[in-house]
Design a protein around this ligand. Structure first.
Ligand code: SF4
Length: 333
């Protein structure tokens, strides 16, 4: 069975037109048309989700791959994704599912997903690979069920969502990795077709709502590889909490963007700059040993977690804090 499900967060306008209120695009959608994300469609004056339960990718992944470094480190999590996205990054690293609306999908009910997670001994479910916000109805149904079974819910998201649906999600989501793709609104509007302020608000609201938050910035050659911008991102995160982990990741040419991969030296320098403001900065998508992926206690310098690729070794972590000096590190374990 592959149900067509009425979408949430929309209003009726004249002439069977609707307005979707899920993300800040607030698309006005005429009968028979879809919104910017391509997966929420006006069917005779009713907005429906065309991707409810349509799973394009399903795998047990290390939680570090999300990336989440301070959320049950070393564990594996059932990860699922669908197709479509509400942003249009020309360098998308997952474009074959986020931008290809014909990507093969199989129907899996929320019950199926929770059962598979339990059978595989997963501690939770990660909604990832493409953008889970546009899968809102399915994520909510699955997350509710997962919570009842004692599982955690994780979202890996671009954070481009309106406050009301975000608040609902925060009732069930335990951890988020949120992309902060740039610190220039002009870049968000011109390149990713989104907006900076909404993403900043999501990061702040998720943190204030008690969700475990980590932030990722993909440093893209010619788009945001600017040291002032990197400093401003670190400053912004630090203003919320300097213990929020920041993943500074390397881009590789993909989809419609062909500039060379991010200069590793710039990436490493960005991490060093970030560490002047933040306690935990990690270099992503680089060979082991190229930029620092270990967790050290910011108070005494003790090696707390060592990482080689996706191999994670807990060295001196006690109750989520430093086993040597006792500093709380905010690591959920
Ligand atoms: S979720 Fe899709 S349809 Fe709704 S406002 Fe955003 S882009 Fe438009």
């Amino acid at each position: 069975m592959n149900p067509s499900v009425e979408a949430r967060h929309y209003t009726h306008l004249d002439n069977r037109t609707v307005r979707c209120g899920l993300c800040p695009h607030n698309c006005t959608i005429h009968d028979g048309k879809a919104g910017t994300c391509g997966v929420r469609k006006n069917d005779g004056g009713t907005l429906v989700s065309t991707i409810y339960g349509r799973v394009t990718s399903l795998a047990m992944d290390p939680v570090e791959k999300k990336p989440l470094y301070h959320f049950y480190p070393g564990s594996a999590i059932l990860s699922i994704g669908t197709r479509g996205c509400n942003l249009k990054c020309p360098y998308c690293q997952n474009w074959h599912i986020s931008q290809d609306l014909s990507a093969h999908a199989e129907y899996r009910s929320p019950d199926d997903i929770v059962r598979i997670a339990v059978e595989h001994g997963s501690g939770g479910i990660a909604y990832t690979y493409s953008e889970p916000i546009i899968w809102f109805e399915y994520v909510m149904d699955t997350a509710r069920l997962a919570r009842e079974k004692g599982l955690k819910n994780v979202m890996v998201t671009n954070g481009f969502v309106n406050p009301a649906p975000l608040e609902e999600l925060l009732g069930y989501v335990d951890a988020m990795n949120i992309d902060l793709k740039a610190f220039r609104d002009e870049t968000y509007r011109r390149v990713q077709k989104g907006g900076l302020e909404a993403v900043k608000a999501t990061i702040a609201a998720a943190y204030a709502g008690g969700c475990h938050v980590e932030v990722t910035t993909l440093v893209v050659t010619g788009i945001n590889d600017d040291m002032d911008e990197m400093r401003e991102i670190a400053e912004f995160i630090s203003g919320i909490d300097p213990a929020i982990p920041w993943h500074v990741s390397r881009y590789h040419p993909s989809y419609r963007y062909h500039e060379p991969s991010t200069d590793i030296r710039f990436l490493r320098e960005s991490c060093e700059e970030g560490r002047k403001k933040l306690h935990f900065v990690y270099c992503g998508n680089v060979p082991s040993g190229e930029g620092g992926n270990d967790t050290r206690c910011p108070r005494c310098g003790e090696l707390v977690i060592r990482r080689v690729g996706y191999h994670t070794m807990t060295e001196n972590l006690v109750s989520g804090g430093c086993g040597k000096c006792g500093a709380p590190l905010g690591i959920r374990a």
